[in-house]
Design a protein around this ligand. Sequence first.
Ligand SMILES: C[S@@+](CC[C@H](N)C(=O)[O-])C[C@H]1O[C@@H](n2cnc3c(N)ncnc32)[C@H](O)[C@@H]1O
Length: 258
Amino acid sequence: MPVNNELYDQLAWTWWDEHEILNALRILLNPGRFGYFVEVLVDRLKIDPKDKQALDVGCGGGLLAEEFARLGCHVTGIDPSEPSLAVARAHAVQEGLVIEYREGVGERLPFADAYFDIVYCCDVLEHVNDLEAVISEIARVLKKDGIFFYDTINRTFMSKLISIKLLQEWKATSVMPANLHDWKMFIKPQELQAHMEKHGLVHKEIVGLVPATNPLTLINLLRKRKRGELSFKEAAKRIDLARSKDTSNLYMGYAIKI
Ligand SMILES: C[S@@+](CC[C@H](N)C(=O)[O-])C[C@H]1O[C@@H](n2cnc3c(N)ncnc32)[C@H](O)[C@@H]1O
């Protein structure tokens, strides 16, 4: 089934509702991915995030934009979903954060060359029509030595099982909409890295993100969510993604612009 990106218009109201579907991205993914990005930026690369220009490609409702803004970055978020941007703008105001949100797509970034210190694109690359165009645009708007962070989903037997069959197709466990992801659009790390190398992004590291729970507990949590016995928040909290060498489903990493 093809990816339906209009889902983000229809579900935009759920970005900041703790018990609803899109906020599960924050509860499930943000601790693992944002914790990793901060570790790389601050602890390993010794970069002070304060006043750095950061671009969030495919920002949705601003779940990561707000995290980077709280770190002290000047954040710009871009996304094709106007309803998501409206929710993101309203939430930033409510939180007293200054974030610029603009409508657009990763394939055509409306920014000057070499403007940003940090660009991140999380849970988006597997949704875009032209992956190479997005990577080339990200490389173009990054300054020399700027950092690109990402997370996405691998195209493997395991991702077909977890991200498609379990989460989208099997009646008893499918807690996600059937057309959220298309397995064929998932990205092998070597494909992503080839695009990066071609456009001047030197890939530095890849890290897997896997549920801390065992497979049986995972299935059980999904069944309970499906039956309405657990909210998305409770299910996401218990699944608890942890860093791993296993990159067969979710993975993240970073690259540096030369
Ligand atoms: C799963 S959400 C991720 C949102 C956010 N990055 C996060 O992790 O919380 C995917 C987002 O990608 C956006 N999107 C889809 N196609 C895109 C494109 N070509 N360029 C930029 N964003 C896109 C969708 O509108 C949606 O907000």
